[in-house]
Design a protein around this ligand. Sequence first.
Ligand code: AMP
Length: 292
Amino acid sequence: MIVRTIAAVREAIAAARARGQVIGFVPTMGYLHEGHLSLVDRARAAGAGFIVVSIFVNPTQFGVNEDFDKYPREETRDAALLADRGVDLLFLPAVEEMYPPGSQTRVAPGAVAEPLEGERRPGHFSGVATIVLKLFNITQPDLAVFGRKDAQQCAVVAQMVRDLDVPVRLVVADTIREHDGLAMSSRNAYLSQDDRVAAVALSRALRSGEAAVRDGSRSPHAIDAAMSRTLSDFPAVELDYLRVVDPETFLTPSDLDRDLLLVGAVRVGRTRLIDNIQITRAATPASRGAQE
Ligand code: AMP
């Protein structure tokens, strides 16, 4: 079922809850690919009996010079893909439904929203946190699934859920990739044929960082440099950042023997791509249970 109003979402979800179904929620911006659809499967596997997907290109998370206007939209195809995947409810609100005239309040995320993406996209994570909290309040799901592809977003949402006592269980799903390693993204649609070939540089660079860690690199700087060197083999690709970070703070790690995250952002032509890979160490008391 497709609904466009908050009232209709609440009604459909209340009926599902009255039937005793566990509500699973997957927020997206649409132009769906297998990465998004894998989140639906993950919601089902995590126990959801009634799955709600939202498609909303959220204006408050785009900067003034970003791609809000040209972000790809294809409602009919998306709706068919979700129906095929067994999604129960598709919420497709208009901007005025989510931000009616007079809407003012914004969530101010914490320190985890400051480095990397936060620094390059001022206000982005406030927009993300605001829309995610609104969607949580509208759908009141038992569980919600997010992709690790947007690792800093996952951290911002998890922090918000803790800090604001939001009663939802967060599930984080692995990144789905194309055959050459490029992380699936709606923005890959912007890539020309040549850009598409060059875009593999980002995942390759992250892999070279992983190899540097496994080979015993002893400084964050050396790991970052290894990733930048790999990227420089691809002259068509412009470096934004490639860093090894602490997966909780997104800052330079103080201990390379703990879990690490390799994060990167590049520009290929006019398209900005982000990706990351995790390096998980043997479970320590601190890390055990931290992931699902
Ligand atoms: P978006 O439509 O880009 O806002 O993404 C909606 C959700 O899908 C977010 O939780 C993303 O992290 C997740 N997602 C995007 N790309 C992928 C991917 N390649 N694999 C897994 N999840 C993804």
